[in-house]
Write a protein that binds this ligand. Structure first.
Ligand code: SF4
Ligand code: SF4
Length: 301
């Protein structure tokens, strides 16, 4: 029954209540092709396993350099220096570090292993109207593994949601839809110039795909991150409401105000400093956004 295909995952969140209806397991697949300036999980962008170093936690003890069998880590002037090309990701330095400054990010799972984690909470899904959500990163970048997982889950009646930015060829989107019960569609901005500045990619393909998706019969919840001074303008909201108001399968919009909570859970010091420059939008603006969508006949979730 179970597939042996492998996927690379950077987090699995059981009992999640924020990624679709009911109680869910959210699986975060590694690898992303959108580079949001405000991303809280920059370690998700690279589609491979990687060694994460948190310089805030490092106490410069040098144990990692002693433990490394490959010469990939050494101490120079009391600071850890890392040579990516020599690293085999063996994890010896992670075990040696008593300060939790090192972590291997990304783990390979077979479809069977992941399914066995998801199925543990089957009773909770049934009782709450929940299920499983595949998020990322961009889960469609691991399309074959994703299809394998979706099929396994659907075969036992688990509700499936796909959290995607749709920045990918349409045929790769269309191929997964037969096993998807709900799409959580991330719309990060309507103005193409600002979208490019904020995410490093054009929104042209995303918007084309979104319009096609809207008529495929799969329910859609749009999720819109709002970051002060990046995309918190009334013009953006009006354009977004115009864009989606006629979609027959739109269940509603979730507005996600940027927040700095959780930023320091994972970022290196330098990345953390960069993140601090982003601000939450004013609560007045969020109220206006809710009013504007509601007035356009779009439900706020
Ligand atoms: S993961 Fe292994 S090879 Fe890479 S730096 Fe750590 S000890 Fe060295
Ligand atoms: S073992 Fe950990 S705390 Fe010690 S130098 Fe290496 S990363 Fe820093």
């Amino acid at each position: 029954m179970y597939g042996k295909m492998k996927g690379i995952i950077f987090n699995i969140q059981r009992f999640s209540t924020k990624d679709g209806p009911g109680i869910r397991t959210t699986v975060f697949l590694k690898g992303c092709n959108v580079n949001c300036a405000w991303c809280h999980n920059p370690e998700s962008i690279d589609g491979n396993q990687m060694l994460r170093f948190d310089s805030k936690l490092c106490i410069s003890c040098g144990r990692c350099a002693v433990a490394c069998p490959s010469g990939a880590t050494e101490m120079v002037d009391g600071r850890r220096v890392y040579y990516l090309d020599k690293c085999t990701l063996c994890g010896d330095c992670v075990s040696a570090c008593g300060a939790d400054a090192l972590e291997i990010v990304g783990e390979n799972y077979t479809a069977e292993e992941l399914y066995n984690i998801i199925i543990k909470d089957e009773d909770f899904y049934k009782e709450s109207g929940g299920g499983v959500t595949f998020s990322g990163g961009e889960p469609l970048l691991q399309q074959e593994f994703l299809i394998e997982m979706l099929r396994l889950c659907k075969a036992v009646g688990i509700h499936t949601a796909l959290d995607t930015a749709l920045n990918i060829e349409w045929d790769r989107v269309e191929a997964v839809l037969p096993w998807v019960d709900l799409v959580l569609l991330d719309i990060k901005g309507m103005d193409s110039r600002k979208h490019f500045q904020n995410t490093g990619v054009s929104n042209e393909l995303i918007h084309k795909n979104a319009v096609k998706l809207a008529y495929m019969g799969v329910p859609i919840i749009v999720r819109m991150p709002v970051v002060k001074e990046l995309n918190d303008s009334i013009e953006e909201l009006e354009a977004a409401a115009d864009f989606m108001r006629a979609w027959p399968n739109l269940k509603g919009v979730e507005i996600l105000p940027y927040h700095s909570l959780g930023v320091d859970k994972s970022l290196e010091y330098e990345a953390l400093e960069a993140q601090k420059k982003f601000k939450a939008p004013d609560s007045d603006f969020i109220d206006k956004a809710r009013e504007l969508f509601t007035a356009s006949g779009i439900k706020i979730l």
